[in-house]
Structures are given as C-alpha cells and as structure tokens.
Design a protein around this ligand. Sequence first.
Ligand SMILES: NC(=O)c1ccc[n+]([C@@H]2O[C@H](COP(=O)([O-])OP(=O)(O)OC[C@H]3O[C@@H](n4cnc5c(N)ncnc54)[C@H](OP(=O)(O)O)[C@@H]3O)[C@@H](O)[C@H]2O)c1
Length: 334
Amino acid sequence: MNIKKVCVLGGSGFVGTHVVNKLEMAGYSVRVLTRKREHAKNIFVLPSVEVIEADIFDPSALSRYFSGMDAVINLVGILHEKKVAKGGKSMAGHGDFHEVHVELPRKIVQACATSGVRRLLHMSALNAGPNGPSKYLRSKGLGESLVREAGVQNREHEPVHGSGLAVTVFRPSVIFGREDSFINLFAGLLKIVPVLPLANPDAKFQPVFVGDVAQAFVASLNNQAAFGRVYDLCGPSVYTLRELVDLVSRMTGRNRQIINLCPQLSYLMALMMEWMPGPKLMTRDNYDSMQVDAVCDCEFPKIFDIKPSTLESVVPDYLSPAHHYHGFRSAAGR
Ligand SMILES: NC(=O)c1ccc[n+]([C@@H]2O[C@H](COP(=O)([O-])OP(=O)(O)OC[C@H]3O[C@@H](n4cnc5c(N)ncnc54)[C@H](OP(=O)(O)O)[C@@H]3O)[C@@H](O)[C@H]2O)c1
C-alpha cells in the first residue's frame, strides 16, 4: 500500500489542524471534510489541502468524497451532547454521542468499502469501552469496537495486501497544546475568579502533547506494522487534576485560592455547570468520565520513535503574554 491521498474528517479541530499540517509537510495530498468552510480557516491556505463543505452524516456524500483517496482519518468527536430541536437535523445538528461516535464511524467504514479506501485511522479515547463510566466513553468504545471489527474481519480474510481495510486506532489521554480546551480552561478560570472550587481534584491524567499525537497519526499511515493495531497515547508524567491546576496557576502567576471539592459537591458543581447557559465548561457526563484515571500502563508506542514532550516544556509558551496576543487575534477573527 502506498498512501498519498488522505481524507480527514474533523481536520479543522484542535488535533485535526495539527494532523493536517503534518500530513501536508510530509508531502501528502489532503482533503478535509467540514460542516462549515470557515471552521477550517487555519488550514485552507495550505497548498496541498482541499477543504470541502459536506454533510459527513450522509453516506452518499462520504462515498463520493472518499472516492480516489488512499486513506481516511476520522477525528470527529464531541465532549458534550447538544440538544437539537425536534426535526432540526441540519448539517450542524448531529449533536448526540451515539450519532457522532458510533453511527458516524459505522458510515465511514461502509463508505470506505464502497469507495475502495483500504486504510483507516480512527481517533478513540483512553478508557473508551462498553463498560466505561460515562456516555462519552461508552459511545467512543462502541465506535472503536466496530472500527476494530471491520479491520479484524479484513485482516482474517485479506491480510494487509488484499482489498481489506487496514485499521489503526488511537486512544489518547487528555491532549495539551496551544489551542487546547483543558489547560486553557483552567488558565481562563484562574484569570476571572478569586477562588476556584475544583471538582474531582484527585482525578488522574497523563496529558499528551498534540504535536506528538499528530506525529503518531502521520507516522502510522504507511507503516504496515501499525495496521490492525490499537495505541494508547500518554505523555511522560501523571498528575492529579489539582496538581495540574496548581501548575497552571504557577505558570500564569495567578495566585488564587483553590478549594478541593468532595465527590458530592463535585457532582453538584457539574450539575450546576451543565444547566448554566452558554458554552459548557463541565457536565455530569464529564464528571462520570473522571471516575476512572486517564493514565496509560505502558510507554508511548516505540514504533513511532517519538520522545513525548513534557507539559512543563510546552505549556509556559502558550500561557505567556505572547499567547494573549494570539488570543486577541482569534477573538478578532484573524
Ligand atoms: N482534545 C482532547 O483532549 C482529546 C482527548 C482524547 C480524545 N480526543 C478525541 O480526539 C478527536 C479530536 O478532538 P479535538 O480536541 O480536536 O476536538 P475538536 O477541536 O472539537 O474538533 C473536532 C472536529 O470534529 C468536527 N465535529 C465536531 N462536532 C461535530 C458534530 N456534531 N458533527 C460533525 N462534526 C463535528 C468538527 O469539524 P467541523 O467543524 O469542521 O465540521 C471539529 O473540527 C475527537 O474524536 C476527540 O474525542 C480528544
């Protein structure tokens, strides 16, 4: 298999922008499917990247746009469900976990078959599984299983060289990087509140750098040793949520009082935030996800020859005043 043309779903997002940039730099020709072209403004200036506005939930659109491609990368995912008004299934209206994390991968696998695509990289999440503690993790787990099964079936009948689908699945812990919504969330909160009540302070994470995740995707594309494999991706260190927030507090120089909440108050806090108007900072489902530690029991996969970056070596760069300039630019739509 010699992969040159790659179709990316979710290529406009935080991880997607990095994956698309790295694919482009590595000489791939990239097609990004997006719900709205303006979501992809960071990547459509790249010369080998074609951005197409499409309804990715429409199987015929998927087959049409996969046609002629050598590989598909699925990065589409949501952390919070969106309530959509009855009958309001617009292109942007697919807002529930099952549709996005299970039905979409199913349609992608089918469209790969009908359009002759034989390579699929799929983004799952650490701890995703049918018995996961949250709807997010259970739906991610179901989607992952059906993608793996499609790959396994094909491996049995047509080992890598036939017409089967060669699948690689990635399961990262929380991902950090300049545009992340995790470290930046706490940096933002510490800026505006004098006292920060912290839900789930003992939850454990092993954050992984977005550049390393994107590199693993690109490195696996043409590597037969990665076909049919599932990779957990974590950074070098484990932190409790409290340790992470303390770190952000030190890096931003915001000397705020942080109060650890007990499990009952943490749940109440999640409930309150879920019902608050505006963008969701936390939901009860996020609370449930945090009931299991997002840590790896093995090192970053050696196959990719990547030494994972530490949080301490990357985060100060984007929490510094230069980052604020970047923030002003995006707020101004530039
Ligand atoms: N960030 C993390 O810490 C983390 C950790 C573990 C796993 N993951 C997984 O990694 C993947 C990428 O995450 P990310 O942080 O890059 O997310 P993101 O920035 O929100 O990007 C996700 C992309 O998916 C598309 N999308 C979002 N909601 C959609 C919907 N309802 N219907 C159709 N398309 C939708 C969007 O593309 P358009 O707007 O262009 O259509 C968006 O660019 C996800 O599968 C996520 O579950 C992320």
